[in-house]
Design a protein around this ligand. Sequence first.
Ligand code: HEC
Ligand SMILES: [Cu+2]
Length: 341
Amino acid sequence: MKRWRNAWRFLPLLSVIALTLTGCGNEQLTTLLPKGEGSEMQFNLMMLSLYIMIGVFVVVALIYTIVLVRFRRRGESDNEIPEQTEGNVVLEILWTVVPIILLLILAVPTVMATFALDEGTEKVPEGATVVKVTAHQYWWEFEYPDLGVKTAQDLYIPSGERVYFELASKDVLHSFWVPTLGGKMDTNTATVNKMWLNAQEPGTYYGKCAELCGPAHALMDFKVIAQEKEDFEAWAESMKEASSQASTDQAAQGEEIFANSCIGCHAVGADGGNTGPNLTNFGDREKVAGILDHTDENIKAWIAKPSEFKPGNNMPAFEDQLNDEELNALVAYLNGLKVEE
Ligand code: HEC
Ligand SMILES: [Cu+2]
């Protein structure tokens, strides 16, 4: 008895741990604060099963407690054995039928949601935005085939409508996941997987790779930037017209270095390779390589030695080839690559 009384002393500690852990979330990266049509459907299914589980738990715990109290042995002299029952038709029907009903309540909406989440992916409705997503170790490429636009890291979509995705991978298995909006779905090398997302409000949502894909898997982050339809269309328009014209001498020097050392892997506008992320709107990005704060220092550090930040990634280090002045020139050029004001 004494030992149990002492156990209560841990209650404050447990509450502190619980409170601290509730702070370990990010509202742009959670399934529990859904901001998308798909994630809301999934959240409702989760809550439905939670309520059913709580209901079952309460009933079972209640019966358990009643039996425990009512049929307990009352002192030394209590040697009476309660009435023994064997087989009870009513009870057996009850505990067979009730779970069947509960499973039906769970199964019907689950199956319906499963089909609803796949709706339209085979035959995309007229006028909908389609995005081809290609996962690479360890970055994301986004192409809008109908708009003739390509970008990376930041996925721009119109809000308030379903956007259709064709998901594939360039190298190994990855998985595309934007917890706040819905998903997730694997990206494969041989097949194209399809899904849609619908961000109900404009905003920035975080995405992650959800399939272990190599040493920098945990750093394979991206962002979804959902905008009002006209803002999105304006963005796509300016992406098409984006010019890589350097505006200062320093940036012009950077452009030249870029044309010599980088363009084979990185495209700006329509020109360049796609071994690395398209940098047409690099200056608009909040992060460098999806993970580092967008500061001049971080850009330089990244170009000098990318593997320092993302182990095993496919960009070579330039620390031995470029001096500080050249790195500064590159930064000036890269930061000038903007399409948004
Ligand atoms: C062999 C191909 C290759 C070359 C050459 C190359 N890169 Fe990269 N670069 C990559 C890859 C791959 C990534 C993506 C790394 C990752 O996130 O896993 C990348 C990422 C980047 C990023 C981050 C992009 C973003 O969207 O945040 C910058 C900036 C960058 N490279 C600049 C340069 C510059 C400047 C040069 C030339 C000095 C250069 N790269 C040369 C392959 C290359
Ligand atoms: Cu991955």
